[in-house]
Design a protein around this ligand. Structure first.
Ligand code: NAD
Length: 428
């Protein structure tokens, strides 16, 4: 079976499938299967040793019928225009399915941030804004962190934008540091949102959370808080987590016979999600190859690293015990793998529903910036829980009523909302 690796082809193929189910007007499909605006800039940055390096930076705005474009900025060596297009497209569907009044955008720079010093990172962040600021703004396009970018970087970007426009503008970017316009609960938001969705799926599937075992891919922002939530909120067992080891340039799976303690592993993980495997080993953890997470005898898989990880080939290794796949990452499952999961009756919580917690709290952050009044962490997470639960229910209802796969149902809910906004604005 062919393995699809181009994320944008994957996003278009998923869309085309649902567009045909919905019998969507071909002209509307043509509008929605491509981003409305795309920018590619070459960003020169002075390195600490005095040399100049030029970085490829992207910002893509997929659709803003429902509100300003919204989506993270990723710093990753494999970033291309197509990965950014795919992620921007999924952001449109994510905001629509979460029913927040925002459109879809995404940005990226082809760089491994771990290879830069702190001051080089700051110059790259400021350079990114110097090049793209005209296309950004609280009512235009609002970036946020993603893989390889941090709250501190958002703080520098907000500062650069504020200088360029001549006024303090915290609402131009979300995921900012606390005390610098950030919202309480944003760090936990995506991972906890995944767990709220898992909790609702388990109710529907009549699975007992405290008897369930999960395997995680990735151990960065999303996976760390999802693992904490799985263990502490649902009382389930975390069998293992996998991660990319920056020193060895390969991935590993870290497990413990009694279950993983996510808080301990976080204490020995660096800011890029690389676990100190020697410390883990001396604390009784077992280190295996990076694909082992997918083959574990578990009830739940939570891919929370990168695109295309569960594909036509790797899906064959998934244990027959798995009943639920909760997609913390964007695009972790290829259409080929989807067919296999569907035929096995595995319940999938699709990415743009499952990981919508991050953008939902980003939206709360903009609302708090606009009001200049900040909520408690409890208020933020309670509101997030309500939003995630309502979004999950709307997709599940569609899946049950129309007898469709959860991913198709999520697309149907999202596309209907975007098409309605385009109609109301007179675009169609
Ligand atoms: P992150 O950079 O904090 O962490 C990524 C993790 O994945 C790291 O532990 C890294 O070691 C690991 N990883 C990378 N390649 C791997 C591989 N081949 N095998 C195993 N592990 C690997 O990133 P994040 O913010 O946690 O984002 C993870 C995913 O979730 C991405 O797809 C991102 O787009 C998506 N997402 C993030 C947010 C957010 O708020 N951070 C919101 C929605 C979706």
């Amino acid at each position: 079976m062919a393995t699809m690796t181009n994320a944008f082809e994957m996003a278009q193929r998923q869309f085309d499938h649902v567009a045909s189910l919905l019998k969507l007007d071909p002209q509307v499909s043509e509008l929605l299967r491509w981003p409305m605006r795309e920018y590619h800039m070459r960003i020169p940055v002075r390195m600490d040793d005095g040399t100049l390096r030029v970085f490829d930076g992207y910002r893509v705005q997929h659709n803003d019928a429902r509100g300003p474009n919204k989506g993270g900025i990723r710093f990753h060596p494999a970033e291309t225009l197509d990965t950014v297009r795919a992620l921007a497209t999924w952001m449109t569907w994510k905001c629509a399915v979460a029913d927040i009044p925002l459109g879809g955008g995404k940005g990226g720079v082809a760089i491994d941030p771990a290879t830069l010093s702190t001051s080089e990172k700051e110059r790259l962040c400021r350079g990114y804004i110097d090049h793209f600021w005209k296309y950004l703004g609280p009512r235009q396009d609002v970036p946020a962190p993603d893989v390889g970018t941090t709250a501190q970087m958002m703080g520098w970007m907000m500062d650069e934008y504020s200088k360029l426009v001549g006024q303090y503008t915290p609402g131009v970017i979300t995921g900012k540091p606390l005390g610098g316009g950030g919202s309480l609960g944003r760090t936990e938001a995506t991972g906890h949102g995944v767990i709220y969705a898992v909790r609702e799926a388990m109710k529907y599937l009549q699975m007992a959370p405290d008897q369930s075992v999960a395997a995680f891919q990735g151990f960065g922002n999303v996976s760390q808080y999802a693992a904490i939530g799985f263990k502490e909120l649902l009382k389930g067992k975390v069998a293992c987590v996998s991660y990319w080891d920056r020193d060895d340039r390969t991935s590993y799976t870290v497990s413990h016979p009694d279950g993983v303690d996510p808080r301990y592993l976080i204490s020995i993980t660096d800011q890029y999600g690389t676990i100190d495997k020697n410390k883990a080993r001396t604390s009784g953890y077992v280190i295996e190859g990076g694909d082992a997470w997918l083959t574990k005898d578990v009830d739940v898989l939570i891919p929370a690293a990168l695109e295309g990880q569960i594909n036509g080939e790797s899906v064959q290794a998934v244990s027959k015990r798995v009943r639920l796949v909760a997609e913390g990452a964007n695009g972790p499952t290829t259409p080929e793998a989807d067919e296999v999961l569907k035929s096995r009756g595995v319940f999938v919580i699709p990415d743009f529903l499952c990981n919508a917690g991050g953008v939902t709290v980003s939206y709360f952050e903009s609302v708090q910036n606009d009001m200049n009044f900040y909520w408690t962490k409890e208020e933020v997470l309670d509101r997030l829980d309500t939003r995630m639960t309502v979004a999950f229910e709307s997709v599940l209802e569609m899946a049950i009523n129309d007898k469709v796969y959860m991913r198709d149902a999520a697309y149907m809910v999202a596309i209907a909302r975007v098409v309605k906004a385009m109609e109301l604005r007179g675009w169609l």
